[in-house]
Write a protein that binds this ligand. Sequence first.
Ligand SMILES: Cc1cc2nc3c(=O)[nH]c(=O)nc-3n(C[C@H](O)[C@H](O)[C@H](O)COP(=O)(O)O)c2cc1C
Length: 187
Amino acid sequence: MIIDYKEVNDLDRYKIMSDTVVPRPIAWIVTEDEGVINAAPFSYFIPLSSNPATLVVSIGQKEAGIPKDSLHNILKHKKATICFVNESNVEQVKLCANMLDKEESEIEKYEIEVQRPLEDFPPMISSTQTAMFCEFYQKIDIPGNTTPIILEVKKQYIEDGRLDAKSHVHVENIGRCGAFFKAVVDL
Ligand SMILES: Cc1cc2nc3c(=O)[nH]c(=O)nc-3n(C[C@H](O)[C@H](O)[C@H](O)COP(=O)(O)O)c2cc1C
């Protein structure tokens, strides 16, 4: 069958796309505003280029005209720390998808341990095997209520023992397939 996207409603189109473009990496994005540390997962997320080192993440709205806290914080402070999901923290990332008031921190509410290796970036989630410290690069204007944001990676944390002599990184990230979380397997 051929699906004509203009004949499909927004929710069904979302389901069809996110069940099809799989597996997707999950950016577990940490941002800050007025002393509140925010953390939320995003899987409309992909690397764009290695020079400059850029990634794109598409972030929606809380309600009409009100951006999600992560988007608000990135546009205001121009900084984001991208962490990654593994078996040890997958339950925490699910909790971080809950919509909280802007003044409430997922990190505090769900007692997620963070550390701040770099003073000028938001903290990283301690259980991540790697984290990318990013600056806002560009916003892409498209119609609708989702905003794609390009981030430039400035620095990266890699847990000891995960970077080999040939610059390959060995992490056990979990990705998103439709509504499910799936681990990467070797074939
Ligand atoms: C695995 C996963 C992937 C998600 N991907 C996205 C996404 O790409 N874009 C988006 O706007 N929301 C996405 N969400 C929903 C957000 O995580 C959720 O709306 C969250 O409450 C936003 O938090 P914030 O307001 O603190 O930014 C995803 C949720 C999960 C569990």
